[in-house]
Design a protein around this ligand. Structure first.
Ligand code: ADP
Ligand code: MG
Length: 677
């Protein structure tokens, strides 16, 4: 049986079985599915095409009896000549004295090794008597460690395939195999290990790519369905008339993208299922307006709403703008770590009595003593800073509100499918009309003087500027020093009428607040800052964003920073100061100057940096695939997602017997009964 221990495979003893554990191989199935990490393609090229110092393969006839010499204790050197294309090539082989007996004058041999084009010499790492069976050969390379050698592993896999290969059952329905023209599972396993041709390997990889994606998509979609249904019973019956009145009193008309997203949200709220939706949109695309309408819908449904944000500054800003929007219509309160004592007790009491309609705040919102009368909707801003923990904290209070996550970090389509596959996604991909595009320039550090004069000119017109110094980690003293130094320089440089402020992560929350308030009130004209201003802060009068050492940021982050300006009616500018060394670095700067579209940037960023880097190291939350590659195989990913939706929609796992093996596999992995969070 495939589930049996590898000890059953002929040739694998206790010791080797133990060693294989370090590669996470314990069953025969594990062994069979331990695919090569890459392949070496051996191809015999004409001598004229061999590249000096490359690893090459040649085929020729042995011209003389190899001569063997020893040096050191166990070291030896075997040399002989081979004739290739009528040229005598010198072959050198180290520490393989035994080969002397095997290689005789006149034998045909195939040699692989490092090529020296000047001396017409090959240092042999591998040899084989006779010709290659095919003119090209694909060698699997396994990642191995410790006592497991690639050679032994390959032998073991060969044996396992021979004895157990036919037990590998197909899990995909025959129809699917046929329509995608992909090989059966057991055939594909053999090909992955011992490919007969590039073509065959391609098909085998295609098969496992699809299989991995399909399984993954089925898992998250089943989870999503279970989560929705497990919390049935929270329909929010909102008041259409009141809601439309509220929308009509906005000084603008919603964009099409806003209306579409809003409708998706409202229909989730109306449904008996729990909403778990991500609202994506560039900075300034009007997400907050949509969220406010959704919160109001909740209130007309006689429930309460909460808006959770990552920082106190943001909480205050949102609190302010919600109060402006709602006026006397609803009661909004602010709860952060700095709201204490009597004020806090009052808010909590009124919240419990349903006299507070909307509570805005930081993590403080989900502390134990915060009790809502009837929480209908939670809006979470900048979702990547919150997660499962927070959701669990709410559930633990017996609350299953609809949840709307908002993010201004555009997630590339491909990543969204995988990283947020268990969520529904709404996208605002359109800016309100009449916005002026931010003009972006890239300049070298030696032009900083000109940049400072440019800022001065705009300050004379009543505008303000940010200057960002990179900060890779909050705790990095050196980086803060950059900001402090720059701040001191600017105080010297500008006349006293131009006030310069300083902001960084080491400041106390109240100090940060103070600086931000001064900047918002235009008491400070130039704000030197680390990236702590990245998220959400809104100062419409600021029109210039200067980013120092811009090459140290990823595209998405640069775009986020740029989004701090361009919030008023005046023309805004983003100036990137960077001397990137690498081509990718230069490419990033160019892309920034060419597009203002966050989604386009995120796709480019993904291509330049890869998915691992995309969310930062810790938060990646991305699954690991053995064969599939999310970027290159995104078509397969989309196909798999659509197929998974269909399988679930038509309940094929339960009703169609050709899906039985697939169903059993998912069941074995606990997909139908894991505990939901
Ligand atoms: P986001 O939360 O996506 O950054 P906001 O909702 O804060 O965006 O909107 C940014 C600015 O645009 C706000 O001043 C808001 O009043 C305004 N706004 C939102 N929607 C529209 C619209 N449809 N037309 C014009 N202005 C809008
Ligand atoms: Mg609902």
């Amino acid at each position: 049986m495939l589930q049996d221990s590898i000890i059953n495979v002929k040739g694998i003893g206790e010791k080797f079985a133990d060693d294989l554990q370090s590669l996470n191989i314990s069953t025969i199935e594990d062994l069979l599915f331990y695919f090569p990490s890459r392949y070496d393609v051996v191809e015999i090229l004409p001598l004229s095409e061999l590249i000096h110092e490359d690893k090459v393969t040649i085929e020729g006839r042995v011209l003389n009896t190899p001569s063997l010499s020893f040096f050191g204790r166990k070291k030896s050197r075997l040399t002989f000549n081979v004739e290739v294309e009528n040229v005598a090539i010198k072959a050198v082989m180290f520490n393989r004295a035994f080969a002397k007996k095997q290689l005789n004058m006149g034998d045909t041999v195939t040699l692989t090794g490092k090529w020296d084009a000047h001396r017409l010499q090959i240092t042999v790492s591998n040899y084989q008597k006779g010709s290659l069976e095919r003119s090209s050969d694909i060698q699997p390379i396994y990642s191995v460690r410790g006592d497991v050698t690639s050679y032994r592993l390959k032998k073991a896999i060969q044996q396992a395939i021979h004895d157990y290969g036919n037990e590998i059952e197909e899990i995909l329905p025959r129809d699917l195999l046929a329509s995608y023209k992909i090989p059966s599972r057991n055939k594909a396993v053999k090909t992955m290990h011992f490919p007969k041709s590039r073509q065959a390997l391609k098909h085998a990889r295609r098969r496992f790519t699809y299989e991995e994606f399909l399984l993954f998509q089925l898992k998250i979609q089943i989870l999503r369905k279970r989560r929705r249904e497990a919390t049935a019973g929270n329909e929010q019956v909102y008041d259409d008339i009141k809601l439309n009145q509220f929308i009509d009193q906005f000084p603008f008309k919603l964009t099409n993208a806003q209306s579409k997203s809003l409708n998706q949200i409202l229909s989730d709220m109306k449904s008996p299922y729990r909403m778990n939706r991500l609202l994506q949109g560039d900075v300034g695309s009007g997400k907050t307006a949509v969220a406010a309408i959704a919160l109001y819908a909740s209130i007309t449904a006689k429930k309460q709403g909460a808006l959770m944000v990552p920082t106190e500054i943001l909480a205050e800003q949102h609190f302010q703008s919600l109060q402006d929007m709602f006026g006397d219509l609803v009661r909004v309160e602010l709860l952060t770590g700095s709201v204490k004592g009597k004020k806090r007790r009052e808010i909590l009491q009124d919240l419990a009595d349903d006299r507070v309609n909307i509570l805005v705040g930081t993590h403080a919102l989900i502390q134990d003593d915060v009790i809502f009368k009837d929480l209908g909707l939670v809006v979470v801003d900048e979702q990547h800073r919150f997660g499962v923990e927070q959701r669990r904290a709410l559930s633990n209070k017996g609350l299953y509100p609809d949840v709307l996550f908002m993010t201004a970090t555009p997630i590339p389509r491909t990543l969204a499918i995988t990283a947020f596959g268990d969520m529904d996604v709404s996208v605002i991909d359109e800016m309100p009309a009449g916005r002026k595009e931010i003009e972006t320039y890239w300049t070298k550090a030696n032009t900083f003087d000109r940049v400072l004069r440019f800022i001065e000119k705009h300050i004379a017109d009543g505008e303000q500027a940010y200057i960002i110094c990179p900060l890779i980690e909050e705790s990095d003293k050196l980086d803060i020093q950059d900001a402090v130094d720059l701040y001191n320089q600017l105080i010297e440089y500008y006349p006293p009428a131009i006030r310069v402020g300083l902001m960084h992560g080491r400041l106390h929350a109240s100090e940060k607040d103070e600086v931000m308030k001064q900047f918002a009130a235009n008491e400070v004209q130039v704000l030197v800052s680390t990236t702590v201003v990245e998220v959400g802060v809104n100062v419409p009068n600021a029109t210039i964003m200067v980013i120092y050492d811009a090459e140290r940021f990823g595209l998405s982050q640069l775009h986020q920073l740029r989004g701090r300006v361009g919030r008023g009616d005046k023309q805004s500018y983003c100036i990137l100061i960077a001397d990137p060394k690498s081509e990718t670095g230069k490419e990033r700067m160019r892309i920034m100057t060419e597009t203002n579209n966050g989604f386009e940037l995120s796709e480019q960023d993904l291509k330049l940096r890869g998915p691992g880097d995309f969310f930062g190291t810790k938060q990646s939350g991305l699954p690991e695939f053995k064969v599939a590659d999310m970027i290159h195989d995104y078509r397969a990913l989309e196909t798999a997602r659509d197929d998974a939706s269909e399988i679930i929609e038509f309940n094929l796992l339960e009703t169609d017997s050709t899906y039985r093996n697939l169903r059993n596999l998912l069941e074995k992995e606990g997909v139908f009964d894991t505990v939901l969070d």
